[in-house]
Design a protein around this ligand. Structure first.
Ligand SMILES: [Zn+2]
Length: 61
């Protein structure tokens, strides 16, 4: 089997790629970094954050 490395941090990713939910990245962090780079080149966003709480209604302020 050929060894796979994370394209972001170049970390070795031994084992089956199905063990990595964020494949081809080693972790969600690297996936976010890659996404950030992609968005940065297109939208110039300095600090991209995943839409985690985008559905949170503004109530009880
Ligand atoms: Zn990585």
């Amino acid at each position: 089997m050929s060894s796979v490395r994370c394209p972001i941090c170049d970390a070795a990713m031994p084992g089956n790629w199905t063990e990595y939910p964020d494949y081809p990245f080693c972790s969600a962090r690297c996936r976010t970094i890659d996404l950030g780079r992609w968005l940065d080149g297109r939208y110039a966003i300095p600090d991209p954050t995943p839409p985690d709480d985008a559905s949170t209604p503004a109530d009880g302020a």
